[in-house]
Write a protein that binds this ligand. Structure first.
Ligand code: HEM
Ligand code: SF4
Length: 556
């Protein structure tokens, strides 16, 4: 894992000192809330529906146990005893008190964490595949590149006042678990003629105008990474619309100018910029890379694992659903579900965070990941330790075997916290998870990505959910629109709207009809919801959602 050098530590300490003075000036009244706003946003501090909200970056989702303990300590000491993990591999604290925030930032800095550039029109927290460095299908660990981008973009003098926020995701596997096609820039490590480089995707994004990114460069040599991204962002920095907030993201710039024109401009700018990078970026990379070396894997029998797998059906169900294949065949990647049926997706209590940190320390080579699907991952667990890990998780309501299933829902905070919300998301997610748990259908339904946002900003990724739910306000009443066929992976797609929205009361029955239709329509139990949808199209699903329309059509 990357360790801060003296420069990094000094930089964060200096920022915290400045912010402490700014907070003091706000408290004394020397600064108005309006004057304070840009200063607090530079440090990840939002003002939400009920309180301030602090967003802390977890770069490329990687934490060690000490850092997780510290997040738990912060939740315990300065918040209401829990934290919320988000789709951007951040953690949000919903209830900090303003005078405490400088102390929280200092506590974060003690363990090499910060909230810099988690807000504002800058390059935001760089995200990556949460199985990086462990996944069996990985070409190369993308995190050293993500760290390089983080260092280069932090406090980048030209990129502090971009037209809008800018999100970069990096993936090192053929299977895209980082949603690279829905980011401003998506980077996928690919191989060509025996050399690894990047496929560069630009102009993806969700929000009000969802778009799937386009390929800007099919193959970029690794050594060109920073100058090429710098060229891309600087082209957008000049062209991007500053007259209209809703048209400011790079996806609109690409759409308005066309990918060919953007590509020409980027390549030209890249030629200009390339020489000024004169190798400093590469020596920085050489310094970063060893920090991501694989841990010293244990040599140990896996017999205990096999015994438990054969004899304990609860353990077996958890392994089959929550444990993914590791590069080392004696190891597994254990995903800890933060989606116990009826819980708030992505929330972890301080006790749960402490427990996860302990497990990482004892059984996980001290490594933890946060996934964009709002779960926590222990990337390196020896198979012989999985029974003990599972047993511990059970004691803390963390052993739900539902990864990738219908109750593994992504949900934004919605009306419960967010000042921009038009509807609730959390209670909707809770109801859906509880209902499908009661029906005992989850495992039969199989892989299904259900994602919910409380407004058009799409923080809950609903556009790329196999089933997406968007909460809207219709004349003071919550209304939920359903989209189908979205996909966040390498075959990314934006979901299609099915028809009029549903009231909060009608939503659950509508979803049940939809799922029943899928179970009837699938060609075999292995055919997933998305595969069925792609095979049969929207019509039979719409008929299930709106039976009264089908009746009317038949009568006509
Ligand atoms: C509660 C405080 C939050 C506020 C004020 C907020 C605000 C916004 C806004 C305004 C957008 C639209 C930006 C645009 O299209 O230009 C957005 C997008 C987004 N937010 Fe949030 N958000 C919040 C919380 C979250 C949380 C909790 C998550 C994760 C669960 C999240 C993840 C995202 C993502 C993934 C997008 C889509 C970006 C894109 O691809 O265009 N946000 N947010
Ligand atoms: S989608 Fe809307 S309601 Fe949900 S967190 Fe984002 S801005 Fe808030």
């Amino acid at each position: 894992m990357y360790k801060y050098n003296d420069f990094d530590a000094g930089f964060v300490a200096e920022r915290n000192k400045q912010f402490r003075a700014q907070v003091q000036r706000r408290i004394s009244g020397a600064l108005s809330e309006d004057e304070f706003k840009p200063l607090r946003l530079m440090n990840g501090l939002y003002l939400q529906l009920h309180a301030y909200m602090l967003r802390v970056a977890v770069p490329y989702g990687t934490l060690n146990s000490g850092q997780m303990h510290q997040l738990a300590n912060i939740a315990q000491r300065w918040d209401k005893g829990y934290g919320h993990f988000t789709t951007r591999q951040n953690i949000q604290f919903n209830w900090p008190k303003l005078p405490d925030v400088p102390d929280i930032l200092d506590a974060l800095a003690e363990l090499e964490m910060h909230a810099i550039q988690t807000s504002g029109n800058t390059v935001r927290n760089v995200t990556a595949d949460h199985l990086s460095g462990a996944a069996a299908d990985e070409l190369e660990d993308p995190r050293p590149y993500a760290e390089l981008i983080r260092q280069w973009s932090t406090d980048h003098p030209e990129f502090q006042f971009l037209p809008r926020k800018f999100k970069i995701a990096v993936s090192g596997s053929a299977q895209d678990r980082a949603v690279t096609r829905a980011h401003d820039i998506g980077l996928r490590l690919v191989e060509k003629n025996g050399e690894t480089g990047f496929e560069v995707i630009v102009g993806g994004g969700l929000g009000r105008t969802p778009m799937i990114g386009k390929i800007l460069r099919a193959f970029l040599p690794k050594a060109d990474l920073l100058p090429y991204i710098e060229a891309t962002i600087s082209v957008w920095n000049l062209l991007g619309r500053r007259d209209n907030k809703y048209k400011s993201r790079i996806k609109i710039t690409v759409h308005e100018h066309g990918i060919d024109e953007i590509s020409k401009l980027v390549e030209a700018r890249f030629k200009e910029l390339r020489p000024s990078f004169n190798g400093a970026d590469q020596s920085l990379f050489d310094h970063i890379k060893p920090a991501f070396a694989a841990p010293a894997y244990k040599q140990h029998s896996t017999e205990l694992f096999e015994q438990n797998y054969s004899n304990d059906p609860v353990f077996r169900a958890w392994v089959d659903t929550n444990v993914m294949a590791h590069q080392n065949v004696d190891y597994g990647i254990a995903t800890i579900s933060l989606k116990a049926h009826g819980q708030t997706p992505g929330d972890a209590s301080a006790e749960q965070m402490h427990l996860i940190a302990d497990l990482a320390e004892r059984y996980g080579h001290d490594e933890i990941r946060i996934s964009h699907e709002q779960n926590i991952v222990l990337p390196h667990v020896h198979k012989s330790d999985l029974p003990a890990v599972h047993a511990s998780l059970k004691t803390a309501q963390l052993a739900t075997a539902n990864i990738g299933l219908i109750s593994d829902i992504i949900a934004c905070p919605g009306m419960d916290y967010c000042a921009l919300a038009t509807a609730r998301s959390i209670p909707i997610a809770q109801q859906i998870a509880t209902r499908f748990d009661e029906l005992k259908l989850e495992h039969d339904i199989g892989e299904l990505k259900l994602k919910i946002s409380g407004c058009i900003n799409a923080c809950g990724h609903h556009h790329v959910g196999h089933i997406g739910i968007l909460g809207l306000d219709r004349a003071g009443v919550e209304n939920y629109q359903i989209t189908l066929g979205g996909d966040a992976t390498e075959t990314a797609a934006i979901g299609q709207r099915t028809g009029p929205g549903f009231s909060a009361d009608d939503l659950l029955p509508a979803l049940e009809r939809l799922i029943t239709a899928y179970l009837d329509l699938r060609s075999e139990p292995k055919e997933t919801f998305l595969q069925t949808y792609r095979r049969v199209g929207a019509t039979p699903f719409k008929a299930a959602l709106y039976p009264e329309r089908a009746v009317r059509a038949n009568a006509a």
